[in-house]
Design a protein around this ligand. Structure first.
Ligand code: NIG
Ligand code: FE
Length: 419
């Protein structure tokens, strides 16, 4: 591949912290040599043209556009049955996310819908979403269960993750989020949450672990969901079945969830709107990625975004994701998230891009194979119809992704390039 006016390689060692978050490893007039879906060489066009192997290679001209590693969307609730447009109206009229949830709306609304939907219908919706992800430059997505909340429905979602991973080109990292909220059938009875956690420990996790249906275990640790103690129990049980922990933390209230994530060496803790100064310092010293999800605050019309600048200054591994879900962030566009990161989180375009590529790869523990354009990594690319990488977040509400490549294969392209 040649003709990238700017090739953002994101090369380098380790996750990006502090000042290094702005380092894109930019090559002007860049080129890539790909062999069997893996990057064999990266450099300027002139450098690559000298390689004997490049002479016989099939050429793909990027026409002066900007190329970067495919986005890694490390937080999505991919499988769900329907939108919650009806709640959007309530929110606009002034109802809060938590008020809607207390009345059995919110996550439980999506649970009712999912339980009543066939696997085929869920798959159709998820496939359409994955196509859109690819069209927006994403090449890897994490996908959480959590709208089933009984044995059959949680397993239905996790089995779908596996099917989807083998039947379409995007890479999928599967996460078990059985502890999303306590399902309605356990409400109003003494020890309801306790009995539901027992179901997770005794009936769900053994099956998930044995069949390898997930690689991560997540918990929504917040007011109205699970306490820090309960979250710890679920994550420990998950770990016994080989599932690495990650957490929904400090979104609606400060609970100490970020501390728990650090203590358990979680891959990532996500949201973080409510973190305090000492949490920020602790995240700065930890290897747990701080994943920010500004799409939620935007969609819910909230003013308090996560303190990205303070987290970056403290040295935290800041990442960004869509949190694609029907309740708080119905978007699958990482570039929209980059726009929000710039205007609301005050991140620079370079910081936001590094957060959604290499640092996001760390959040999924896939940094050895994705997240940057380096020799030996997968040839996963997003090519944008812009001349300057800053224009990726600068334009918003328009999709300027021109081409997406997964493991060296074009998976999204303008019509003339696809033929
Ligand atoms: O990441 N906060 C918990 N989970 C989702 C919301 C899920 C929903 O409302 O359906 C989130 O924001
Ligand atoms: Fe989420």
């Amino acid at each position: 591949m040649t003709g990238a006016s700017e090739l953002l390689t994101l090369r380098g060692h380790g996750p990006r912290r502090g000042d290094s978050l702005s380092n894109l490893g930019l090559i002007k007039d860049g080129a890539l040599l790909v062999r069997d879906g893996v990057i064999a060489a990266v450099g300027t066009r002139a450098e690559l043209e000298k390689l004997p192997e490049a002479r016989g290679a099939e050429k793909l001209d990027l026409g002066g556009r900007v190329a970067l590693p495919g986005f890694v969307d490390s937080h999505t609730h991919l499988v769900h049955a329907a939108s919650r447009a009806e709640e959007y109206e309530l929110k606009i009229a002034g109802a809060s996310y938590e008020e809607i949830a207390r009345k059995g709306g919110g996550i439980l609304n999506s649970v009712k819908k999912l339980r009543a939907t066939t696997s085929e219908a869920l798959k159709k919706r998820a496939l359409a979403a994955l196509k859109q992800f690819a069209a927006h430059g994403t090449t890897t997505v994490e996908a959480k269960s959590g709208y089933g909340l009984d044995v059959a429905s949680e397993l239905k979602i996790l089995r779908l993750h596996k099917e989807l991973a083998s039947e379409q080109p995007l890479e999928i990292a599967s996460t078990f989020l059985g502890a999303h909220v306590v399902p309605e059938e356990y409400w109003g009875k003494a020890g309801g949450a306790e009995r539901y956690i027992q179901l997770i420990e005794q009936n769900l996790l053994p099956e998930i672990g044995e069949k390898r249906l997930a690689e991560f275990c997540d918990v929504f640790c917040d007011r109205g969901a699970f306490t820090v103690e309960q979250s710890k129990r679920v994550l420990q049980a998950g770990r016994q079945w080989g599932l690495a922990p990650r957490l929904h933390a400090e979104q609606l209230s400060r609970t100490g969830a970020a501390r728990l994530a650090i203590l358990m060496r979680a891959a990532s803790c996500d949201h973080l709107e409510q973190v305090n100064k000492s949490d920020i310092q602790a995240l700065g010293k930890s290897d747990t990625v701080a994943t920010l999800l500004p799409g939620c605050d935007f969609h819910l019309g909230l003013r308090q975004y996560a303190p990205a600048r303070a987290l970056i200054a403290a040295g935290a591994i800041v990442s960004l994701a869509t949190d694609y879900n029907p309740g708080t962030s119905p978007t699958l566009s990482v570039s929209m998230i980059l726009s929000l990161a710039c205007t609301q989180l005050r991140m620079t375009a370079a910081e936001a891009i590094a957060a959604a590529t290499i640092n996001a790869a760390y959040a999924l523990r896939r940094e050895k194979s994705i997240g940057s354009l380096e020799v030996g990594k997968q040839a996963d690319l997003a090519v944008f119809e812009v001349a300057d990488y800053r224009e990726i977040p600068y334009y918003f509400g328009v999709n300027h992704c021109w081409m997406t490549v997964k493991r060296g294969r074009v998976i999204h392209a303008p019509e003339q390039a696809a033929n």
